[in-house]
Ligand binder design. Structure first.
Ligand code: ADP
Length: 785
């Protein structure tokens, strides 16, 4: 503390007594001064002494700093101001501070709490008169309370906030007596629960609690009293005015009178219905999450695909059962290891590129080779995506792993099969096509186009484009086949010709199946087509060749027949006539043996003559046949009876018949046919022959039967008897050349019919034959002898 010149001015007059007094006083004074000085130096408060200056009215107008203690500068931040006036030091606000000096006029100290704008600080202190009034000395003891003020302000602020808080919707404040009856309730209760304070004051809090909550609340109050203390955030339900359940959080404290007697409780209640609901929702969602997590887990565990989770450094965190099945490693064996360890060599190099793609796109599908535990490799398809933690940070990768080695093998097989099919289709000149009905799109492969003489990929692809390329004569039956296929689901199978290109048509054999919708409507027709031109031409060539051969052999036969009839007959006739001559002329001169020999020679040449004639007759069936005409078989039978009247009479044969139909046939041949059969029936009969002739329409054929009561035929000869010169008996027993039935068969065949026999030896035979009712086209038959 600096001493100003003011010190030492306090002197009193000296006398003897007063000298002692003075000395005493001086001692006391010194002691006091020392005490004062050390006090001033050591106190933490700022301290200063002023001498104020007055104006004409003796009102203080300024102050001169006389003394300051070391704390002064600490509190004010002002350098030593001693000797200077307040006006000089804080010109802007010296007037402001002078008001406290003026207030001192009453003599009693003045307290202040004030803010210095210049210094930016709050000061709290006391101004008091220092020394005698006439000295115009005052002192200020003060401290910088800026920090304290701040805290106080904050407190104030929070008080205010608290105030506004209790006036908001969230809380209401209450006080209740020791029985739980409301003494007070802040008006917010109305906003919250619909009650006005007067609705609840005087009523028990228990009246507003649901039954099950009353007991809990009672316990709460009891324990707050028995071991006095606050209760806080007690959650309960309560009824609002509408009778709805609301959630309340209550904090409170019991209060007592001076003697410790419980007076009641004070507290605050807060509506937490919204929070509660949110919590419940959260719990629900948490539960849902849990269950969906467990669901997720069970899906992942049992998935039919391998699943793998790796972190950013590709350290394996998880693999599921399927992946461990694919790789042969158990989850424990791989967890914690780097995924790249399990990849094929080449794929390890590719890995970085793959990761870049995943990181850029968030996901990527790639094929990769995994080395299994047993050292073998498996190709898998990995669909991999980035995964993130709950804060959205990249956490690693998750991959769905599908073993595609089987698929690759199948693909290979499929490729092979496709190739084979392709080869087959190509070599077999098989085209494939499909017609989608709704869109009327017809798809042809290039082989189809080739068959239709089109350049590859020039077919227009519609149904009418197809039809326009079918030979117009064949179009009707193509359309018909398609209609049948679409309407009745019949397989489409048709042969048609293409329109001629350079005068040449292709023969196409096409087969297809109809695809039906679930409802049964035809959707499409898809099939194959073969170019059968070569086959057809080949077959035709064969036919022509065969025909030629037949014609040649026919003409050979014809020549033979001519030879037989003329050239052979001539020498035969000579043999016959000379042996007859020999017989007649020398029959008396020759011995019996010679005559027998000559007779044999005559018989033989006669027989040969007959046979040659039979052969001629046989060959004439075709070569000398007449045109077909309407032939009444009743007339034919009459003619036959007439021809055979001698033998009929001789053998006393009876011929009966049903009404016979009219046929379109060669009339003469019909006579020949019936005559041969009836003649045989009469001939091969021991008793008087009974013959029955009838006809029956079976489907479109008239089946004739000639039934007799003759000797019958053993079944093993049913076929043989129709062959040329085949006879069952020697000529001595039954005359004949063995040509009758072969001629019959030839006639029947010329009429596109059939002949056969049924017989029982000893009982009789029945010969059947039929001629088709319509045998049109037969006339054009190219083969003739
Ligand atoms: P053929 O009458 O000149 O002997 P066919 O060709 O007419 O020659 O008959 C061949 C053979 O069939 C006859 O020899 C005979 O054995 C047998 N045959 C034909 N018709 C009859 C019939 N109605 N009853 C029994 N046998 C018959």
């Amino acid at each position: 503390m600096r001493e100003s010149s003011t010190y030492g001015q306090h002197h009193h007059p000296h006398d003897e007594l007063s000298e002692i007094q003075h000395l005493q006083n001086r001692n006391t004074n010194e002691r006091l001064t020392n005490k004062y000085l050390s006090l001033c130096d050591s106190i933490s408060e700022g301290f200063c002494v002023f001498q104020f200056v007055t104006d004409g009215n003796l009102d203080p107008v300024d102050c001169i700093f006389k003394e300051v203690n070391p704390a002064f500068e600490r509190h004010t931040g002002l350098p030593d101001p001693v000797g200077r006036s307040l006006k000089e030091v804080v010109p802007a606000e010296y007037r402001h501070w002078m008001k406290y000096v003026r207030k001192l006029s009453s003599g009693s100290p003045v307290k202040f709490l004030d803010f210095s704008k210049k210094l930016g600080k709050w000061f709290e202190g006391t101004v008091f008169v220092f020394g005698e009034p006439e000295e115009h000395s005052i002192a200020i003891i003060f401290s910088d309370v800026t920090e304290k003020k701040k805290v106080e302000d904050e407190l104030m602020e929070s008080k205010k906030r608290y105030q506004s808080l209790i006036e908001t919707n969230i809380d209401f404040i209450w006080e209740m007596d020791k029985y739980g009856r409301y003494n007070y309730c802040s008006p917010q209760i109305e906003k919250l629960w619909g009650f006005k304070p007067e609705d609840v004051i005087g009523k028990s809090t228990f009246d507003f609690l649901p039954q099950e909550e009353k007991e809990r609340a009672r316990e709460l109050f009891k324990s707050a009293v028995s071991s006095p203390g606050d209760f806080s955030q007690f959650e309960s339900t309560s009824y609002n005015r509408k009778g709805e359940i609301v959630y309340v959080e209550t904090s409170g404290t019991p209060f007592f009178d001076n003697s410790g007697e419980l007076l009641g409780f004070r507290g605050i209640s807060r509506d937490i219905t919204l929070r509660k609901k949110a919590e419940q929702d959260y719990m629900k969602s948490q539960l849902a999450l849990k269950s969906s997590e467990s669901k997720f887990r069970s899906i992942v565990e049992t998935a039919n695909e391998g699943i793998c989770v790796v972190d950013e450094k590709l350290t394996i965190r998880y693999i599921n059962g399927k992946l461990s099945e694919i790789t042969g490693y158990s989850p424990d064996e791989v967890t914690g290891k780097n995924a790249s360890e399990f990849l094929g060599k080449y794929d390890r190099f590719r890995l970085n590129r793959i990761l870049v793609r995943i990181n850029n796109n968030g996901k990527d599908d790639f094929k990769i080779m995994i080395v299994k535990k047993d050292g073998s490799c498996v190709t898998v398809l990995a669909s991999t995506a980035l995964i993130y933690d709950e804060n959205g940070r990249k956490e690693g990768y998750m991959g769905m792993i599908t073993d595609i080695s089987a698929r690759i093998a199948i693909d290979k097989d499929l490729k092979k099969t496709k190739k084979k099919l392709e080869i087959a289709l190509n070599n077999g000149k098989i085209g494939t096509w499909e017609w989608t009905i709704r869109t009327n799109v017809v798809i042809w492969d290039t082989r189809m186009e080739e068959m239709f003489n089109l350049k590859p990929r020039t077919f227009e692809g519609t149904f009418s484009a197809f039809e326009s390329r079918v030979h117009e004569e064949d179009l009707p039956h193509v359309r018909n086949a398609i209609r049948e296929a679409l309407l009745n689901g019949k397989p489409y199978e048709v042969v048609y010709r293409t329109i001629p290109v350079n005068g040449k048509s292709h023969y196409i054999s096409s087969k297809a199946l109809v695809m039906f919708s679930k409802k049964g409507n035809p959707v499409s027709l898809s099939g194959v087509a073969f170019d059968i031109t070569d086959m057809k031409e080949g077959a035709e060539n064969v036919m022509i060749k065969l025909n030629e051969e037949l014609l040649r052999s026919n003409s050979d036969l014809r020549q033979f027949a001519a030879v037989a009839s003329h050239d052979l007959q001539e020498p035969l006739r000579m043999i016959a006539s000379y042996t007859q001559l020999l017989q007649q002329k020398y029959k008396d001169k020759l011995d019996k043996d010679a005559i027998d020999y000559i007779n044999y020679a005559v018989g033989g040449s006669k027989r040969m003559y007959e046979m040659i004639n039979a052969l001629l007759a046989y060959s004439r069936v075709n070569s000398h046949g007449n045109n077909f005409e309407s032939t009444d078989m009743n007339d034919v039978l009459e003619k036959v009876k007439d021809n055979l009247k001698l033998i009929i009479k001789e053998k006393d044969a009876v011929i009966l018949n049903e009404k016979l139909p009219v046929l379109f046939a060669d009339k003469n041949q019909m006579i020949q046919l019936l005559q041969n059969l009836i003649e045989n029936s009469i001939k091969f009969c021991h008793e008087s022959p009974r013959i029955h002739i009838s006809s029956e329409l079976v489907e479109t054929n008239h089946v004739f039967s000639v039934e007799d009561n003759g000797i019958g035929i053993e079944p093993q000869y049913f076929e043989k008897i129709f062959r040329i010169f085949q006879r069952l008996h020697t000529p001595e027993h039954y005359k004949g050349a063995g040509i009758g039935l072969p001629v019959c068969r030839r006639i029947i065949e010329r009429h596109s019919g059939k002949i056969w026999v049924k017989s029982e030896p000893g009982k009789g035979s029945t010969f059947f034959f039929y001629l088709p009712e319509e045998n049109g086209g037969f006339l054009n038959f190219p083969l003739e002898i």
